[in-house]
Ligand binder design. Structure first.
Ligand code: NAG
Ligand code: NAG
Length: 460
């Protein structure tokens, strides 16, 4: 059987084909025998379909480059060793590429992201003065969750406009990570860290909508969306090699299709009424659906009647063949993880969406269910009776999600949003009263020798 290994570090993906079982070894080292570079290679994640994910993390710069050996016994397989020409930098090395197009090309960023095009279609030009006047008044009250950012000469400044802005740690960490890799355009923007999108003005209204940046979009709002804090953080964590992220889930998809329990599955909090309905349906149709609420907050009075289910590790979800995705307060942020498993996803129709939904189609990548769940049981029966078709949709969905949710795609997406925004600004971004500099983390454990020109000098 032909096997594929995908090696992930930061943005570098390598596809290696080789023959054999799992008894292979991957060695990552400096290309120069004289240079000793500390590199940690983690255990392969077996994706159960003949492909494996390997992650490695560097603690120093490999000046000449990296050599990646894939060995079966002591034999090199396929085109091993693979050479990555250097210098290769580690995650915390502050060494931004000055040419954004060269950087995007290295990452193989897609030439177009339909969601970004669509989001910016409402905003041919961005008036920063108008934003400065309006945003604090409209969205900056006590209960607000908006943070005002300015990026100048690749330095990041911000001030909070509301009280509920703790999640700025997620936007901070991503912006800092990007700024270490590529020089960001000068820009001034507002990120909404709350659940719901904010801008509900229509394009043809006066005054018109303004481009607030949010994690989640909805059909009746105009916010420009970024990948959610959840997948952003997950991606950055994945590169630190933790578990329970978008990569780990790919190596923990449970039993193979034929050995999965033929029921639809759901566990989650009570954040939306349909979730309670699910539990009721499950009680009446235990042969088709296993649904439980694991925590009550919004509908505490229902706990007695519906009961509380035990918490379950996410990887165990994939013991079941069908996964029900029902919105929480907004889009359910588990959806990307469910799509990466090898179960069939039954997705509730929803006005809410994340940055990658536009690329997924009903009946090709998932099975749609009505918002009020009236056809859920019927769809589960359909899946049970059409196993081959169901399996095919599950696989297509998984493949699409693997592609869309790769770490480098996330970086591409962020950069493209910032770039589109910057192009539309009609005046120069400024640092405002109350803004503070968000510094790069102190990196004392890793050594960074940047061979690029020094980052731009402070222009202030
Ligand atoms: C299904 O489970 C059985 C029993 O555990 C096991 O022997 C078999 O190999 C599994 N089939 C597949 C395709 O994984
Ligand atoms: C569920 O929604 C559909 C429209 O999507 C509607 O036709 C149907 O009557 C609703 N069913 C119930 C039980 O409310």
């Amino acid at each position: 059987m032909v096997k594929t290994i995908i090696i992930v570090e930061l943005f570098i993906y390598l596809f290696i084909y080789f023959l054999g079982q799992t008894s292979f070894k991957v060695v990552v080292k400096s290309l120069s025998p004289k240079e000793l570079v500390r590199i940690h290679v983690s255990k392969p994640l077996d994706r159960n379909d003949g492909t494996f994910l390997i992650r490695y993390r560097m603690y120093e710069t490999a000046q000449e480059g990296l050599k990646i050996e894939v060995l079966y016994g002591n034999e090199h397989v396929a085109q091993s060793p693979y050479i990555l020409k250097g210098p290769v930098y580690h995650e915390y090395c502050e060494c931004p590429e000055e040419d954004p197009w060269a950087w995007q090309k290295t990452l193989s960023c897609p030439t177009s992201e339909p969601q970004i095009e669509k989001d910016f279609a409402s905003f041919p030009s961005i008036n920063l003065e108008q934003m400065l006047n309006e945003v604090p008044k409209r969205f900056g009250d006590e209960r607000g969750a908006v943070v005002h950012y300015t990026i100048l000469s690749n330095h990041i400044y911000r001030r909070s406009l509301g009280k509920y802005t703790d999640f700025k740690m997620f936007s901070d960490e991503m912006l800092l990570s990007l700024a270490r890799k590529v020089v960001l355009p000068d820009l001034e923007f507002y990120i909404n860290l709350g659940d719901w999108p904010l801008e509900h003005r229509k394009v043809n209204e006066t005054p018109g909508p303004i481009p607030i940046i949010s994690w989640c979009g909805s059909l009746d709002s105009r916010d420009v969306i970024l990948p959610t804090y959840d997948i952003t953080h997950s991606t950055l964590e994945a590169m630190r090699g933790v578990t329970n992220d978008l990569l780990s889930v790919q190596g923990n998809t449970g039993p193979s299709w034929i050995n999965k329990t033929e029921k639809a599955f759901f566990r989650g909090r009570d954040s939306r009424e349909e979730r309670l309905q699910l539990v009721q349906m499950s009680k009446e149709n235990p042969q088709l659906l296993d649904a439980g609420i694991t925590g009550y907050f919004f509908f505490q009075e229902k706990e007695k009647e519906l009961g509380k289910a035990k918490l379950m590790g996410f990887f165990d979800f994939f013991k079941y063949k069908y996964q029900v995705n029902v919105d929480g307060t907004v889009a359910a942020y588990r959806y990307p993880y469910l799509m990466l498993g090898d179960s069939l996803v039954l997705k509730q129709d929803s006005p809410y969406y994340e940055h990658f939904y536009a690329a997924l189609q009903p009946w090709k990548h998932y099975v749609p269910i009505k918002r009020n769940l009236s056809d859920l049981l019927e769809k589960v029966k359909w899946a049970k009776e059409n196993d081959q078709e169901a399996k095919k949709i599950a696989k297509e969905g998984q493949l699409a999600a693997r592609d869309l949710l790769q770490p480098h795609r996330l970086y591409c997406y962020y950069y493209r949003v910032l770039q589109k925004y910057a192009e539309r600004q009609s005046s120069k971004p400024e640092i405002h009263d109350g803004m503070e500099l968000v510094s790069q983390p102190d990196d004392s454990t890793s050594i960074c020798q940047c061979n690029r020109k020094k980052p731009l000098r402070e222009e202030l």
